[in-house]
Design a protein around this ligand. Structure first.
Ligand code: TMP
Ligand code: ASP
Length: 237
């Protein structure tokens, strides 16, 4: 599949059209960004690691019967995807308290959340991705009530699949962010799943193995991502 023109370039990935109007190429770059683009760095090998990691996870999610936009790996840093009409929304599930919920609600990091909690954020860097609720989404027409319910259902379904997968590799899935879009009228999982968009801790030591290493300047970012992949059996060769 030939890449045609760049459709969009985000903080860490670029999207290209192909000769098939329903398919896109996603290029995972080495660029790493946090705090809505305020902290930026190029990390050697990160694009390759996230591309292969994402392919592995998307396949696990598909095997569990949840439709994703992933089609196939094309090269070290590129994969082929179905073109979705994306909702401008981020769906976050939290199994353990960390990150923004601790600051917002004044709770300490590391508390088990039972049941896991769910939050919507609006994709808008200029506004710092504000938290929004179901009513905002419908009032402003970002998605219908039916699609909102489907996104929640699918985000929790992914939790069941991935919590077990990571636990088997000795890791806790603390929280994660998913994005969805429409394909032929169906709500389908889009974007990526990698340690850039979730929190993963070692089950025993609670060592951070995700993008918090970058956000908090802990070092060993790509090494940690690779370690996560290796524990799951991802092939980075
Ligand atoms: P938060 O604690 O910053 O709200 O993030 C919760 C989880 O969702 C964390 O794993 C990071 C991920 N996330 C993103 O990857 N991008 C985003 O824009 C947001 C809001 C969250
Ligand atoms: N909100 C996420 C972070 O803090 C993503 C981003 O800002 O790029 O990393």
């Amino acid at each position: 599949m030939e890449k045609r023109e760049e459709l969009y370039s985000g903080k860490a990935k670029s999207v290209y059209t192909t000769d098939d109007a329903d398919k896109l190429v996603l290029l995972f770059r080495d660029d790493t960004s946090a705090f809505d683009g305020k902290k930026k760095e190029k990390l050697d090998r990160k694009g390759m690691v996230n591309n292969k990691f994402n392919a592995f996870i998307m396949q696990k999610i598909e095997e569990a019967g949840i439709e994703t936009h992933f089609i196939q790996l094309l090269s070290d840093q590129e994969s082929l995807f179905k073109r979705l009409e994306m909702f401008p929304i981020e769906c976050v599930v939290r199994n353990i308290s960390a990150g923004s919920i601790c600051r917002r609600l004044g709770v300490e990091e590391g508390k088990d959340l039972n049941p896991p909690t769910f939050e919507f954020f609006l994709k808008n860097d200029d506004l710092g991705d504000p938290m929004i609720n179901d009513f905002h989404i419908q009032s402003f027409g970002w998605a219908s009530a039916e699609h909102v319910e489907k996104m929640k259902e699918l985000t929790f379904a992914v939790n069941d699949v991935l919590k077990t997968l990571f636990l088997d590799g000795g890791m806790l899935l603390v929280d994660y962010k998913l994005e969805f879009g429409l394909f032929e009228g169906r709500v389908v999982l889009g974007d990526e799943f990698s340690p850039d968009g979730c929190r993963l801790w070692d089950s025993e030591t609670r060592e951070k193995l995700d993008k918090d290493r970058f956000r908090q300047g802990l070092g060993g970012v790509v090494e940690a991502y690779e370690q996560v992949g290796q524990r799951l059996g991802v092939n980075f060769d």
